[in-house]
Design a protein around this ligand. Structure first.
Ligand code: PAF
Length: 278
């Protein structure tokens, strides 16, 4: 696995692959890699001739400076984890490769970003859309792989590539979970022992609520009961707990179109998100 740090090195590499007629898959990450990321790498290897993993902790998508400062940075172990997995390039750009002096452009996706994490983390999705657009262009990727844990991010990126005619196919991959049901996340590294024992209540609550809704328990009543259940499990404050349509993330008032139950809640000073299809 080559480690590349500049756009120029990356471009030289992708041009040579293109010259040989090879396709390129990219897995954008902010590091602190876990099995969820590795499943994206495996999906990329199955789909593309060449695989690039990008690792860049993007300051523009953190609306809270404290959150950015605390974000785990484990570059050396990340690189060791990726090395045997058949990744061709680990791209580790410095800040000036992504945002050189005078950088003045922001990509903003309307509509989908008005809800959920867009409403509770102002500016977050502008930062995500901007960096993902840059990473897709820099890597010249045919395919890019994103986890469904960040389902809103996945839909925002899909909308952005459609709107900007970026010729990359966006591939969504299932959420990977601990045996306890806890969705894997780089943020889990920041949970203390007690919080790690409490956190599986999030997925258990989502599952029980989906069952209640499917059994005719009523959407509003079932979602309210889920909020109470999370609070009883010591999880909170809850930023949101809502049933929304997959396609446009508008509130789902019935189950006539595919919908998901989305949650963002705080535990031990860490903001955790999850979602399940209903
Ligand atoms: O999901 C993430 O890790 C980040 O939001 C991404 C897509 C790598 C952009 O910085």
């Amino acid at each position: 696995m080559k480690i590349l740090r500049t756009k120029a090195e990356l471009r030289a590499q992708t041009r040579s692959w293109r010259g040989a007629g090879e396709s390129i898959g990219v897995v954008p990450t902010m590091g602190a890699l876990h099995e969820g990321h590795l499943s994206l790498v495996n999906a990329a290897r199955a789909r593309a001739d060449r695989v690039i993993v990008t690792l860049f902790v993007n300051p523009r998508q953190f609306n809270n400076p404290d959150d950015l400062a605390k974000y785990p940075r484990t570059e050396e172990s990340d690189s060791r984890i990726l090395d045997p997995l058949g990744v061709d390039v680990l791209y580790l750009p410095d800040l000036d490769q992504m945002y050189p002096e005078g950088f003045a452009t922001s990509v903003s996706v309307e509509g989908l970003t008005a809800y959920l994490c867009g409403a509770t983390r102002p500016g977050h999705f502008d930062g995500v859309a901007t960096v993902v657009a840059k990473l897709l262009l820099q890597t010249d990727a045919d395919f890019a792989f994103f986890g469904e844990k960040d389902f809103q991010q996945l839909q925002v990126v899909r909308r952005m590539v459609m709107d900007l005619d970026i010729p990359t196919e966006i591939v969504g991959c299932s959420t990977i979970r601990e045996d306890s049901g806890l969705a894997l996340s780089s943020r889990n590294l920041r949970l203390g022992e007690d919080a790690l024992a409490q956190a599986p209540a999030i997925y258990a609550t989502l599952g029980a609520t989906v069952t209640a809704i499917r059994d005719g328990g009523g959407i509003d009543a079932s979602v309210r009961a889920a909020g109470d259940r999370l609070k009883q499990a010591g999880i909170g404050p809850i930023d949101y707990l809502e049933l929304r349509r997959e396609s446009d993330l508008a509130r789902a008032t019935d189950l006539s179109t595919p919908a998901r139950l989305f949650v963002a809640a705080w535990l031990d000073g860490v903001r955790l998100i999850d979602n399940v299809p209903v």
